[in-house]
Design a protein around this ligand. Structure first.
Ligand code: PMV
Length: 327
């Protein structure tokens, strides 16, 4: 039995634009997904607890190549199981075995589909735990690459390396196409606001693609997000938190222009700014889910808790630890 954990992430800058080759800077946060893998006779059995902040439990018996053979009504849970199936396929590929049997237990603090990289964290931790259970130790870079293949497979070819690289390596990372590296940052305290919902990443990415194809100014907007990221890298290097906040605000405005914000995300962004955050933006695909504010004051958490549409507000420090085994 091997247990591994991997962090979720927030995007400081660059989501959506990263899909078109612009750089992005995600940061790992101290909310983790823990995956325990135990070999068993045959087939795949998955148990998942607390896949959302509200928590629920799902169990199924299936086989590694197929979909769960129980009726899973929640499409998000179904999607999460898709990631586990693909991660197990990567484990088998890395270890050079076929049809191994596994019991997989997932305990995640990261809400599903809310822009905090839950699927990447589960895929990364599952690959690390699964390969170690078979006696194979992969470098975090290889775990990241294999977890990227998992996401790309489940998301029909619409995935960047940002989430998976960040989750495997920890800390802040810079991703531009296939070029992925860790970067240094000053201390970055984050407050996260969560509306209890989730966006459909595939549909949101497709919506931006259509806008970009239809309007030159939408393509310019995507490029402008890339420019913000480049400015943001300088602000990170200078440790200029006020400038970082300003750039996050700008980034949110452009994401909003591309149609991926929502009423609740905008409300939470404004609540955090009005409470004194250095900056605030949606994080991840958008449509619903989470915002990230650059701040550590209790006032911002309280302001978010009183914001209509906000279900939960929490502090989350940058997590320097990428994937690692537990226990
Ligand atoms: O919502 P998340 O955490 O899956 O982030 C999606 C980020 C996008 O840039 C919209 C897509 C991607 O794969 O980079």
């Amino acid at each position: 039995m091997v247990t591994a954990s991997a962090p979720g992430k927030v995007y400081l800058f660059g989501e959506h634009a990263v899909v078109y080759g612009e750089p992005a800077v995600p940061c790992a946060i101290e909310l983790r997904a823990e995956v325990t893998v135990t070999q068993r006779e045959d087939g795949l059995r998955v148990q998942a607890n607390d896949l959302s902040l509200d928590g629920f439990t799902v169990e199924y018996d299936g086989d590694a190549s197929g979909r769960p053979d129980i009726d899973v009504s929640d499409s998000l849970v179904d999607a999460a199981m898709g990631y586990v199936n693909e991660a197990i396929a990567q484990v088998e590929d890395a270890a050079g075995v076929e049809d191994a049997g596994f019991e997989v237990q997932i305990d995640s603090e990261i809400p599903l589909g809310a822009g905090l990289g839950s699927s990447a964290a589960v895929a990364v931790a599952a690959i690390d735990a699964g390969t170690r259970e078979l006696g194979v130790e992969l470098a975090p870079e290889e775990i990241a690459e294999r977890a990227y293949r998992v996401e790309n497979e489940v998301q029909d070819g619409q995935a960047s390396r940002a989430d998976t690289f960040c989750s495997a390596m920890g800390g802040a990372v810079r991703v531009e196409g296939e070029d992925c590296r860790q970067i240094g940052t000053p201390d970055l305290p984050f407050v996260i606001g969560y509306d209890g919902g989730a966006g459909d990443t595939g549909a949101l990415v497709a919506g931006v693609r259509e806008l970009r194809e239809e309007y030159g100014f939408a393509a310019d907007t995507v490029e402008a997000i890339g420019d913000i990221v480049r400015c943001g890298e300088q602000a990170l290097a200078d440790g200029d938190v006020a400038e970082l906040g300003q750039l996050m605000n700008f980034n949110h405005g452009l994401l909003s222009a591309l149609g991926v914000s929502s009423r609740s995300l905008d409300a939470m962004v404004w609540a955090a700014r009005n409470a004194g955050a250095d900056g605030a933006k949606l994080t991840g695909a958008g449509g619903g889910g989470c915002i990230v504010a650059l701040d550590d004051s209790p006032e911002t958490i309280t302001a978010l808790e009183y914001t209509p549409g906000c279900e939960q507000a929490l502090r989350a420090e940058l997590d320097a630890e990428g994937v690692h085994t537990e226990g």
